[in-house]
Design a protein around this ligand. Structure first.
Ligand code: HEM
Length: 122
């Protein structure tokens, strides 16, 4: 049984080839992680063109600026194929995936619990 699966390390040069033209597959980089979104493109609610614009490139800024939901971020995870080699990464933290928003109900319940706990402790 395989306990630890090594993540494929890719260079920006390699990713560049996967622009849907040079190579038929479409890869995008988001937060130093490489995703093969060839299959997903046609289903993208924002249209395939928006993804094609970032084919073979870093799409972090536009992916984040278009305010994708947690569902979109979960969907994205399914297409991970590797990550950018350490020397070419933009972020300092390895393996950063798009952050999920914490919803305000969750924060409220955490606050309530803390009050209760503090009250009990005196
Ligand atoms: C790479 C650059 C990308 C850009 C510029 C982009 C842009 C957009 C835009 C403008 C919308 C809104 C569409 C509308 O409301 O009519 C949208 C929605 C969406 N996108 Fe993207 N997108 C990108 C990549 C991706 C990727 C790679 C995934 C997942 C694999 C994804 C998943 C979704 C989903 C699920 C929605 C529906 C709304 C939501 O749940 O946030 N997008 N996108």
């Amino acid at each position: 049984m395989e306990l630890y699966k090594e993540v494929k390390q890719l260079t920006l040069e390699e990713v560049k080839k996967h622009d849907g033209v040079m190579e038929k597959t479409v890869w995008v980089v988001i937060r130093d992680i490489v995703y093969d979104v060839t299959e997903y493109m046609e289903d993208h609610p924002g249209g395939s063109d928006l993804i094609l614009e970032h084919a073979g490139k870093d799409g972090t800024k536009d992916f984040e600026n278009t305010g994708h939901s947690n569902d979109a971020k979960k969907e994205l995870k399914k297409y991970k194929i590797g990550e950018i080699i350490e020397a070419e990464r933009k972020g300092k933290i390895k393996n950063k995936e798009p952050k999920m928003e914490t919803n305000s109900d969750e924060i409220q319940s955490i606050c309530c619990l803390s009050y209760l706990f503090c009250g009990l402790c005196g």
